[in-house]
Design a protein around this ligand. Structure first.
Ligand SMILES: NC(=O)c1ccc[n+]([C@@H]2O[C@H](COP(=O)([O-])OP(=O)(O)OC[C@H]3O[C@@H](n4cnc5c(N)ncnc54)[C@H](OP(=O)(O)O)[C@@H]3O)[C@@H](O)[C@H]2O)c1
Length: 306
């Protein structure tokens, strides 16, 4: 039997490369081959232009999209042009894949979105809550999810994972903050009382695999750990796992000056997000608590164990 073929948009990035590596370790009968869609050429890759011209390879069985310009790139000013790039790199790529899938026999389509879909008030939100757009980032999440929608009569199973902050040693937020924390320069962001929906990278990758392999998984899933923490609680757990103090706060005004007020919200505000449908689907978390997650990645010397 021919190997299943999974296409990964954004497969060169932190989340995408972890998904690709995890897929490459699957043993028969679950083994798959992967092709990455990237702006840069390379082995086992195709470009977004090639996708536009040729469509998906005929033998594609599943498509994953985790492409997206890094919003928190400190070297990029928060200009209308950059915001457009942030938007297009998520919404347009997802739309392009959804259109390509409509002309194919693809069985599964999995995309990512963000917890900014939910408002940062003190209410708890699950996948069953439908929320209105309230700012640029929430609008981005709504449009991103809309772009992934397939025609009503499509036979492709569609899943969207609304991810919280992804925590792992080799990418994302932890890679940025581990050195300041290691040298005792870490601390809470702003007041530290804002919620910080989070998920360990290995749990997020396993959630993608869970969605890929289980026919009954479809629709929206909150890619967050079951334990709700505030930014101050994360700071304490991470500093304690590193054996370092973390008393130096990052003041709100500094972040707003550095990043722009609209973008700083990502770190200064947080949502209370519950992974209700994830738990109902019998997904097993490896890192359900922030303590267990921090103890796994709070090492300066570390290799991703895939
Ligand atoms: N990391 C988190 O904590 C987190 C949390 C929630 C949601 N997410 C979402 O998950 C996705 C992946 O996150 P990540 O942490 O893996 O990001 P990343 O490491 O920065 O990777 C982003 C990927 O997107 C592609 N990309 C970047 N700019 C692009 C553009 N202008 N057009 C098309 N593709 C572009 C890159 O591919 P090439 O350079 O190869 O083209 C890269 O593979 C993003 O959409 C992000 O918003 C991340």
């Amino acid at each position: 039997m021919a190997l299943k073929h999974v296409i990964i948009g954004g497969g060169t990035g932190y989340i995408g490369s972890c998904i690709a590596t995890a897929l490459s370790t699957l043993k028969p009968p679950l083994s798959v081959r992967t092709t990455i869609i990237s702006r840069m050429p390379g082995p086992n890759r195709m470009s977004w232009q090639e996708l536009e011209i040729n469509g998906l390879p005929k033998d594609t069985t599943a498509v994953i999209n985790v492409a997206g310009q890094n919003i928190l790139d400190f070297t990029q000013r928060w200009t209308p042009g950059f915001k457009q790039n942030v938007y297009n790199s998520r919404v347009k790529t997802t739309k392009q894949l959804a259109e390509a899938i409509s002309n194919s026999d693809v069985k599964t389509f999995i995309t990512i979105s963000g917890v900014a879909y939910y408002p940062p008030d003190r209410n708890e939100y699950t996948e069953y809550d439908q929320c209105k757009k309230y700012d640029f980032l929430s609008e981005l999440c709504h449009d991103w999810e809309c772009a992934a929608e397939l025609p009503k009569d499509s036979s492709t199973r569609q899943i969207t994972i609304r991810s919280g902050v992804v925590l792992g040693r080799t990418g994302g937020m932890i890679k940025q903050v581990i050195m300041p924390f290691f040298f005792g320069l870490g601390g809470p962001i702003g007041s530290g009382t804002q919620y910080m929906p989070w998920i360990h990278i290995r749990d997020l990758v396993n959630l993608f695999l869970h969605a890929l392999q289980n026919e009954c998984v479809r629709g929206i899933y909150n890619g967050v750990a079951p334990e709700l923490v505030t930014n101050a609680e994360f700071t304490k757990a991470f500093a304690s796992a590193l054996g370092r103090p973390a008393f130096i706060p990052l003041p709100e005004f500094a972040l707003k000056t550095l990043l722009n007020e609209e973008r700083a919200k990502i770190m200064l505000e947080g949502q209370k997000v519950i992974p209700k449908r994830v738990l109902e689907s019998n997904f097993q978390y490896k890192y359900p608590t922030i303590k267990r997650a921090c103890e796994e990645f709070a090492w300066v010397r570390y290799e991703e164990p895939y």
